[in-house]
Design a protein around this ligand. Structure first.
Ligand code: AVJ
Length: 323
């Protein structure tokens, strides 16, 4: 691939301008205090997440990899896609299993990885362009909830959304997202969706509370992002990490708790916060699915499930659906 990867930047590289200010005002200025998880993935956050995927406690990555190892050849053989899109692509590490299978069919013309983290995306795109010399790598620095319109131009396509990232969205957001995703697809286009499954609470909590503190560092990095990008003065060490399983909502809920009263100024968002001792900020949710919920939510978006693969321990699912 002599030209190397093409990179379209749809998200301003200045995050303060790209929506962070609005998200911080809306999320931290009101109760319950929340922060959207996409701001976790600056360069440091992307590296920490990559480390999480290699923790023995964090089972989703290996379970999904095992499923893809099994299923990739089948998927590639039955798909008519000439473009593979990947949303929230990160390092595109597991996706190579899929791309290997697709490129073996000789039909893979194009790979379009989409991610908010520009540095991670550029590195991944360069490596992929070298690995698949007959495939055009057209990376997009973008937000998969905002920039789906960019994808209508590619068809027939398979859109991979792996890792369980859809679980970061609230149920209403998932409905809107899947609807917009379906709108970006032509009849016959496919979605390959990775979702974590409901399971024993202990196993879930262990996966989000590793003894080495990598997940804690990843979640706390959100405050470092605000300190750097918005000139805020969060005392990060004065927060403790509080992950718990919300059984009713069927999701992990990852929070930071102020262990002492804190007055925080966030000049870049023109915001001041008085946090009481014990007050919490929710930084991420990670929803876990049942097969029934997958049918309901994909069906509501007009996507028909063709097949669901799970790993031998039934921990994780990869679903192939068609519009
Ligand atoms: C990348 C969003 C799928 O929800 O499991 C891992 C992120 N957060 N540990 C997840 C995450 C804490 C991860 N996703």
């Amino acid at each position: 691939n002599a030209k190397g990867p093409k990179v379209d930047v749809l998200l301003q590289s200045n995050w303060a301008a790209a929506g962070l200010v609005q998200d911080v005002r809306r999320g931290l200025g009101t109760q319950p205090r929340t922060l959207p998880p996409k701001w976790l993935y600056d360069d440091a956050g992307s590296r920490l997440f990559d480390q999480i995927t290699r923790l023995p406690e964090y089972y989703p990555t290996e379970c999904e990899r095992a499923i893809l190892r099994d299923a990739a050849a089948d998927i590639a053989a039955t798909s008519h896609a000439t473009t593979v899109v990947e949303l929230g692509s990160g390092t595109s590490d597991k996706t190579r299993l899929l791309l290997d299978a697709f490129s073996d069919t000789g039909r893979l013309e194009r790979f379009v990885p989409v991610d908010v983290s520009e540095e991670t995306l550029r590195e991944a795109a360069a490596a992929l362009a070298a690995r698949y010399p007959n495939t055009s790598v057209e990376a997009v620095v973008g937000d998969f909830t905002l920039h789906l319109g960019h994808l209508t131009r590619y068809t027939p396509k398979l859109i991979a959304f792996l890792g369980g990232t859809i679980g970061n969205l609230y149920v209403e957001e998932r409905g809107a997202f899947l609807g917009a995703l379906a709108d970006s697809m032509d009849a016959g286009d496919e979605l390959l969706l990775g979702t974590d499954l409901v399971k024993d609470a202990d196993r879930l909590i262990t996966a989000y509370d590793d003894p080495g503190g990598v997940t804690e560092a990843f979640v706390k990095n959100s405050l470092h992002v605000l300190n750097r990008e918005l000139d805020a003065d969060f005392d990060v060490d004065a927060f403790s990490y509080v992950p718990f399983w919300d059984r009713r909502m069927q999701r992990m809920d990852l929070r930071l708790r102020a262990e002492m009263p804190q007055h925080v100024t966030i000049p870049g968002a023109d915001l001041e916060l008085d946090l009481a001792s014990g007050e919490e900020i929710r930084v991420e949710i990670s929803t876990k699915f049942t097969q029934e919920r997958l049918h309901d939510e994909l069906g509501a978006a007009g996507l028909e499930i063709e097949r669901i693969w799970t790993d031998p321990s039934d921990s994780f699912a990869v679903t192939l659906a068609r519009k």
